[in-house]
Design a protein around this ligand. Structure first.
Ligand SMILES: *[C@@H]1O[C@H](CO)[C@@H](O)[C@H](O)[C@H]1NC(C)=O
Ligand SMILES: *[C@@H]1O[C@H](CO)[C@@H](O)[C@H](O)[C@H]1NC(C)=O
Ligand SMILES: *[C@@H]1O[C@H](CO)[C@@H](O)[C@H](O)[C@H]1NC(C)=O
Ligand SMILES: *[C@@H]1O[C@H](CO)[C@@H](O)[C@H](O)[C@H]1NC(C)=O
Ligand SMILES: *[C@@H]1O[C@H](CO)[C@@H](O)[C@H](O)[C@H]1NC(C)=O
Ligand SMILES: *[C@@H]1O[C@H](CO)[C@@H](O)[C@H](O)[C@H]1NC(C)=O
Length: 399
């Protein structure tokens, strides 16, 4: 490694700050509470909550909310959009960058395009979902959706709250018009899960859900928040012989094991590693698995195997559907299957696959213990990395 130059210091310090800040999973800000102090935004605040946007805003670290007062909201509500379309329109008013009132008036070259939550959640088609912010004559700042023919519909009114660089809430004069955001959207409860799957490479899994009746449980859980992991068609094809060996009840448990009764965005999965319960969980430590990210890759680890998330089929809170590269095998089902096989054969033939299980320290409850170990080791690695970096920095400082 070449000797670090003094210019490296600020970036190293920033990097360490980043490591510390990204390890905190909970955010300090609460948009509902911020807006509650300002009754002129009560309608806007109400709809941020009912569309679930508030929780998404609170999860984000660096965000700007373009708030609409009750009069501007009433003009928007006159359009009688469905709640889910309204969500798209409001998410266009959430910028995934920090704009304090100062920065607003000091935009490089006087104009900028900035990404919004509408664009970031993948709901926006193509490159729509960007907002044009332009410094106008007389100190005014104009705002317009990029797909609005260059028209800047709204101007900046005032700063409502600024917590640099976590969240900024700025009032703008009126709603930003966007044909893309206002396009009719299917309501999640009308979303046909098996249809979404069959159109995007997970037809076989969708068929299994229907054939087993497990689809009913998935559908019942959509409104309250649901995350689904579907193994792709080639994966299911290879798994079929094993699946056919399961009883009807075991098949249902296996399928329910692929759903979490909670909306978990990709960002949440990346930032909050740990054990999650599934739709199959019927008691403590039953049918759970561990979410663990490895750089940009999110893995799902059961006691039997590890799968990777390879894509997103649908992300429309409260429903999100991910593609995975393996069938999730719960220890509750696949331990018994393998124990029933001849032990000698399994040792030599499937050594790699069996290793995590047979290495578990105690037969009485191997799962709990190794789960704790895994978490402990992961935590230690993180701390070790920070320590190494810290001592490196101190070393550089002393030079
Ligand atoms: C900004 O967010 C970070 C991380 O969530 C938090 O630790 C910090 O307290 C927040 N800053 C303020 C001023 O609230
Ligand atoms: C945010 O604030 C509102 C109102 O004070 C409260 O009901 C809600 O539970 C808070 N949300 C979080 C995540 O703390
Ligand atoms: C500002 O304008 C200059 C000259 O047109 C251009 O080179 C530069 O990339 C622009 N900067 C930004 C941030 O758009
Ligand atoms: C923003 O809109 C204004 C007015 O239509 C236009 O002149 C400007 O080029 C746009 N800025 C960007 C970055 O697209
Ligand atoms: C979903 O669509 C399929 C056909 O694509 C249909 O057979 C099924 O009944 C639909 N399910 C629901 C819950 O509407
Ligand atoms: C299915 O079960 C039978 C009998 O228990 C067993 O011999 C066979 O290996 C199993 N097949 C698969 C693919 O697990």
């Amino acid at each position: 490694m070449p000797p670090p130059t003094p210019t490296l210091l600020p970036s190293l310090a920033l990097f360490i700050l980043f490591i510390f800040s990204s390890s905190t999973t909970s955010n300090a800000h609460n948009i509902t509470r911020i807006l509650a102090k300002h009754p002129e935004f009560s309608t806007f605040n109400h709809y941020l909550t009912t569309t679930h946007l508030a929780s998404e805003i609170n999860r984000r670290q660096t965000i700007t909310v373009l708030a609409l007062d009750n009069a501007a909201m009433s003009a928007l509500l006159d359009k009688q959009l469905s709640l889910y379309t309204l969500k798209n329109v409001l998410s266009l008013h959430v910028l995934v960058d920090y704009f304090g009132s100062k920065k607003l008036h000091q935009i490089t070259n006087g104009t900028a395009l900035t990404s919004t939550m509408f664009q970031a959640t993948g709901a926006a088609p193509g490159s729509s979902g960007y907002i044009n912010i332009t410094d106008l004559k007389g100190g005014k700042v104009g705002f317009g959706a990029e797909d609005n023919d260059g028209k800047l519909d709204a101007v900046y009114v005032k700063s409502v709250a600024e917590i640099p660089y976590n969240i900024s809430v700025l009032q703008i004069s009126q709603v930003l018009n966007s044909a893309e955001a206002e396009a009719p959207t299917a309501e999640p409860s009308q979303l046909n899960l098996t249809e979404i799957m069959s159109k995007q490479g997970c037809k076989a899994f969708g068929d299994m859900l229907k054939a087993s009746g497990a689809d009913a449980t998935f559908n019942e859980n959509i409104d309250g928040g649901l995350t689904v992991f579907c193994p792709t068609d080639p994966v299911i094809k290879g798994f079929m012989p094993k699946y056919e060996n399961l009883t009807a009840a075991q098949k249902v448990s296996l399928l329910l094991y692929h759903g979490i009764p909670e909306y978990q965005s990709m960002q949440t999965l990346k930032s909050s590693n740990g054990i999650v319960n599934t739709l199959a969980t019927d008691g403590a430590n039953k049918y759970d698995f561990t979410v663990q990210n490895d750089g940009e890759v999110v893995t799902l680890k059961t006691k039997v195997m590890t799968a990777k998330i390879t894509g997103t089929l649908k992300d429309e809170e409260p429903l999100i559907v991910f593609k995975i590269d393996k069938v999730l095998l719960p220890r509750e089902l696949f331990k018994t299957v393998e124990a029933a096989e001849a032990p000698k054969a399994s040792k030599s033939k499937h050594k790699a696959a069996d290793a995590p299980e047979s290495d578990a320290p105690a037969e009485s409850d191997p799962a709990d213990q190794s789960a704790d170990n895994e978490n402990g080791v992961a935590g230690l690695d993180g701390r070790r990395l920070v320590m190494v970096l810290l001592s490196f920095c101190i070393g550089v400082l002393l030079m």
